[in-house]
Design a protein. Sequence first.
Length: 202
Amino acid sequence: MARCWKTRRRAILFGMTMSLACPGCGTLMAHQRFAHRMRGDVALDICWDCHAIWFDQYESAQLAPAAVLSLFRLIHEHRGQTARALNEPMRCPRCPATLVLTHDRQRSNRLRYHRCPSDHGRLTSFMQFLREKEFVRSLSQPEIDTLRATVAQVACSSCGAIVDLARDAACSYCRAPLAILDAAAVEKALAALSEAEHKRAA
């Protein structure tokens, strides 16, 4: 690990670009560029095995609306692939620090991700990214009650663990609330992003 970090540090110091090792599984992440909301681009590191994205500090907020749309389509293309479970503990790919599980909120959606305590960035799962950008929403209590009447168990959309609906309204393993990829929410998010991109490009 120390040798790997020293190699990355030399690359950063000399302005070199190199693929990051996924904090979750150790494989090299795909280095992909997306449009910046102001100008230029944002380089993200994506692990298709773990279904996770490494965001350096502020990178998620710097994405142009078109970039969010592109990421949504890429995630949708990989929807049939089973995500690999994340290792614990996980190390920051930018420094030797251990990533810290963090709970956050984006409007009405509760989020969870693993962040670097030195503020180098965060590892966010695909599902949590979709929650952050409001493609996915938490179920309301009436919706949970309706689901309980017909289904005994569901798989957590965040970590894949089984949720016993008779007992829980959230995953007992990762504490993520029950959520759905709501067609109306997706349509609303896509319309808002398309309008924002049109204004940005005008």
